[in-house]
Design a protein around this ligand. Structure first.
Ligand SMILES: [Zn+2]
Length: 446
């Protein structure tokens, strides 16, 4: 039995920081105590720094095995560990994960290659693969991804069928919510005008696209009683609609991502196609509403929506934005961005950050209380953070494969300095110590 003690830690309890030692045995938290245990194999002195549960990233594209030049399970989870993330729910990109066999293959891939514990979303769902939902849910994958727009457009009838089927199988329907009709109308207009500049992309699917789709999904979820999760929320209108829906008892949850909290479409003037993503960046009032939504609990979680493309895939967008890859690397910078731009700028309390990045995602995706909380019996997944450490972001020093970041040159205040997964140190002061051996697939207990 291996044991270790993290001494002089500060952890959150009922919104307040308290001093404690954290005793870890066999990968789990054995106790939180003020007493020193002298019989442990090893002690790590946290020196009064804050310890958070390891972050649970509910939405990240790790691309394995299809686009490993952008990222793979190992590189993506190394970057995750360096960013304080100890659990990831991998999101499908183009290779379908929509049958029990495909799910099983992906689980095996994760077990072989991931350095952190992981789960999976299944998808992209439509009428063809809907009959596979019960068998996939039985494997422990209980989150099914679909779209209200291209490239995986599901019509209203399909959306309702998916909601019924996921409901019957104690699962979530996870939706990319932008209205297809709004997008089509705008696309026609933009094409007629010959628009190819970076901002044309954000005019394609404006606020109205997300608002319409979210409102439609709310209505459907209400009628069916389904659990619907909205991916990467980007607009103030959608935040308002979800607030109202939650008050009315609709079982809807939602996420936003670091980029929607830190950039607006204006930043595309400087960064151009590097900030192309789906949904597109919106305006300052949307950014404010998303921060406020997090504070009030309307926005349940922050996910990285890690979706890096290479420079070669971004560069063509300067002359033709439609040709650029949409998505940004984000898994490694998520926590420092939230500590710096959220906690240290008084937009978020540390307690809200912990709720949005640890507790809530663990609850929504069914890993709680094994993950997302520092308490006796939970996995010893944790991150020691230095809230005062200032460091300039340099892509060359990050572990994400693509070698660029939209935060290049930003001085962020607040960084993870040690990340532990089930008692094993994965990352310590710029050094990666974790290896792809023994990552566990986490079935969703929803
Ligand atoms: Zn995504």
């Amino acid at each position: 039995m291996s044991s270790l003690q993290i001494s002089n830690a500060r952890i959150l309890r009922q919104g307040k920081l308290i001093g404690t030692n954290i005793l870890v045995a066999d990968g789990r938290i054995r106790s939180l105590t003020r007493h020193d245990d002298l019989n442990v194999d090893r002690t790590i002195d946290a020196k009064g720094r804050i310890v958070l549960p390891g972050l649970v990233d509910g939405h990240a594209h790790l691309y394995d095995p299809e686009f490993t030049y952008r990222e793979d399970f190992t590189s993506g989870t190394i970057a995750a560990a360096a960013g304080g993330v100890t659990t990831v729910v991998e999101m499908i990109l183009t290779t379908p994960v929509d049958s029990p066999d495909r799910v099983q293959e992906k689980i095996e891939e994760g077990r072989r290659s991931s350095i952190i514990d992981f789960s999976l979303h299944a998808g992209m769902m439509n009428t063809g693969n809907l009959p596979n939902i019960p068998a996939i849910a039985k494997l422990g994958v209980r989150s099914f991804k679909t779209f209200t727009c291209k490239p995986y457009y599901a019509d209203d009838h399909t959306l309702k069928s998916l909601m019924r089927e996921t409901s019957m199988n104690r699962s979530i329907l996870d939706v990319h919510a932008e209205d297809e009709d709004v997008a089509n109308e705008n696309l026609k207009k933009l094409q007629a005008e010959g628009r190819k500049d970076p901002l044309a992309h954000s005019e394609w699917k404006p606020n109205l696209a997300e608002e319409r789709a979210v409102k439609k999904l709310i209505q459907m979820a209400q009628g069916i009683g389904a659990r619907v999760h909205i991916s990467h929320l980007s607009t103030r209108e959608a935040v308002a609609a979800i607030r109202k829906a939650k008050r009315g008892g609709v079982k809807i949850t939602c996420e936003t991502c670091p980029h929607y909290l830190t950039f607006t479409r204006k930043d595309m003037k400087k960064q151009g196609p590097y900030l192309k993503m789906n949904p597109s960046l919106k305006g300052p009032r949307d950014v404010d509403a998303l921060w406020r939504g997090l504070r009030t609990g309307t926005v349940d979680i922050v996910t990285s929506e890690h979706a890096p493309g290479t420079r070669d895939e971004k560069e063509p967008g300067w002359t033709d934005i439609w040709k650029a890859w949409g998505g940004v690397p984000a898994i490694e910078t998520m926590l420092p961005v939230l500590l710096s731009e959220g906690v240290n700028k008084n937009r978020l309390t540390l307690a809200t950050l912990e709720r949005a990045c640890c507790e809530n995602p663990a609850k929504i995706f069914g890993f709680y209380p094994r993950k997302g909380v520092l308490q006796e019996g939970a996995d010893a997944d944790l991150v020691i953070v230095d809230l005062k450490m200032k460091r300039k972001v340099k892509a060359a020093k990050l572990h994400q494969k693509v070698g660029w970041t939209p935060y290049e040159g930003w001085t962020l205040k607040g960084w993870p300095i040690l990340t532990m997964r089930r008692g094993q140190i994965l990352y310590k002061e710029n050094e990666i110590l974790g290896k792809p051996d023994g990552a566990e697939f986490l079935p969703m207990n929803i």
